[in-house]
Design a protein around this ligand. Structure first.
Ligand code: FRU
Length: 492
């Protein structure tokens, strides 16, 4: 039922959205209907449509009391807004409806499970947020909060686990038709762990065991878990807060990790085999996945970095966007990401150049734009070159750059000259170990972002940029001689 808080949010977003014209948003990335967006929530297929809910504060372009925004799509590229789905209006969620997931019940209704936050004053008179798991059930547009919320609270947390960091329930269905829920939690060692809960009906839950403990290896609290089978393995995605850097694999701040291993559904035993980063760019967090209508595992993340959220000027009508949907697979123990196939159908106006020789600086006729998809293969012509660089979103003193140094196999993105006026993170580097003599790049630009797929999706670097939209230039630069092929499409 639509309570007062939700009614107000729905009226507000409907009114306010009219002030945001199409050209003020990305062309094919989802942004909040109005105001602020963070994590993807309840990413699911329901009623023949793709549903994306999101952490949402409609009233401001900053984080605030969390609602769930809602959008639906036939192809995960064109999204249509639906009215906000949840608002903080109950005893157990009055301070916010935090992240969670969605499943379809056997009776055809859609169940949302989310973290309800409520404010309390602790023994030191500090104001804290208790986190509990809540449920709402609906028809794909309107949701009724469950009368017995919360369904999981302090008494369901194993000893030592924090009641203030107990969030982001992700429900999956096991092969016997029962439900498993993964929840991020902070144990007594101050880092993170993922707890498993079981249920026969998705309403009544009991604690089962710990799926995995961080033990202070990768950051602190682990947020937003997802867990699924892929190519014969089980894959855990989670987003650790407060990471320390490790070579060029992990960076300071909030990050993303993928744990690949073996999972036994009967015993709940998870054997870790490898751990790496999910995205190596600046802006990517809290991804969720679905099985799409063709059975592919598809992932979308929040294309933003908590430490860079001040990147947008005050008064901007929206803040936060989702990444492109990416199809996942495993190869040689690594997560491979590719834009979904449907994206390729939007590529138009193909322009190709082959065996382009570059020494110093170059531009190519027709190679420009801010809503484009470009594939570039770079190689040396004999002697190993020192540096290959691509500048995009370029105009006068503004550009964002991507540069590769083959001697140390490092690829760096740099948005220092993107027009940013904030002292935020502007650069990131990653290692491309597999690049022999050839480096393959696929670069997708959409007005306010760049997603760079390296060597057929072996690594991805995602970042936002808010450069003046008139900055459409692209140029090539090298130290030493380089040869490259390029194909560029406009995205229509
Ligand atoms: C991750 C996160 C989640 C939480 C939500 C609150 O970005 O901190 O753990 O549920 O954002 O908006």
């Amino acid at each position: 039922m639509e309570g007062q808080v939700l009614r107000e949010a729905r009226l507000y977003e409907e009114k306010k959205e009219k002030h945001i014209t199409e050209d003020m948003r990305p062309a094919f990335h989802l942004t909040p209907r109005t105001g602020w967006m963070n994590d993807p929530n309840g990413f699911s297929v329901y009623g023949g449509k793709y549903h994306m809910f999101y952490q949402y504060h409609p009233y401001d372009s900053h984080w605030g009391p969390m609602h769930w925004g809602h959008a639906v799509s036939d192809d995960m590229l064109n999204w249509e807004y639906l009215p906000a789905a949840l608002a903080p209006d109950q005893k157990s969620d009055h301070a916010g409806c935090f992240s969670g997931s969605a499943i379809e019940l056997p009776d055809g209704r859609q169940l949302l499970m989310y973290t309800g936050c409520s404010r309390v004053t602790d023994e030191n008179d500090d104001i804290k947020m208790i986190q509990e798991q809540c449920i709402a059930v609906g028809d794909g547009e309107n949701y009724v909060k469950y009368h017995s919320n919360p369904v999981l609270d302090a008494k369901d947390i194993p000893e030592g686990g924090s009641i203030y960091d107990f969030r982001d329930p992700k429900i999956i269905t096991l092969s016997d038709g029962t439900y498993l829920c993964l929840i991020g939690n902070r144990p007594a060692d101050g880092s993170g762990q993922i707890l498993l809960y079981k249920s026969e009906d998705a309403f009544h839950w009991t604690y089962w065991k710990k799926l995995i403990e961080n033990k202070n290896r990768y950051g602190k609290m682990w947020e937003c878990p997802d867990f699924f089978e892929l190519d014969g393995k089980w894959v855990l995605l989670t987003s650790p807060q407060d990471m320390l850097p490790m070579d060029l694999e992990f960076h300071n701040g909030n990050g993303t990790i993928v744990v690949i291993g073996e999972f036994d559904e009967t015993t709940g035993e998870f054997k870790e085999e490898s751990i790496s980063a999910i995205d190596y760019g600046i802006d990517f967090y809290a991804p969720q996945t679905i099985l799409d209508k063709d059975g592919n595992r598809v992932m979308i993340g929040w294309m933003q970095n908590w430490d860079s959220v001040a990147a947008r000027d005050e008064g901007e009508p929206w803040m936060g966007q989702m990444s492109l949907p990416r199809t996942l697979s495993l190869k040689d123990g690594r997560l491979i990401q590719k834009p979904i196939n449907a994206f390729d159908e939007r590529r138009k106006n193909k322009i190709t150049y082959e065996n382009v020789r570059l020494k110093d600086d170059l531009t190519l006729d027709g190679i420009e734009g801010r809503c484009i998809d470009m594939e570039i293969t770079v190689r040396s012509t004999g002697d190993l070159y020192e540096k290959f660089a691509l500048w995009f979103a370029e105009k006068d003193a503004m550009h964002t750059s991507l540069r590769y140094r083959p001697a140390d196999h490092t690829l760096k993105v740099d948005r220092k000259f993107s027009g940013s006026r904030r002292a935020i993170l502007h650069q990131r580097r990653c290692r491309v170990d597999s690049a022999g003599d050839e480096l393959k790049l696929r670069i997708i630009l959409d007005r306010f972002s760049a997603e760079i797929f390296v060597n057929d999706g072996e690594k991805v670097m995602s970042l936002t940029l808010y450069t003046d939209i008139e900055a459409t230039g692209i140029s090539f630069h090298s130290v030493g001689e380089v040869e490259f092929d390029i194909t560029k499409y406009d995205i229509i």
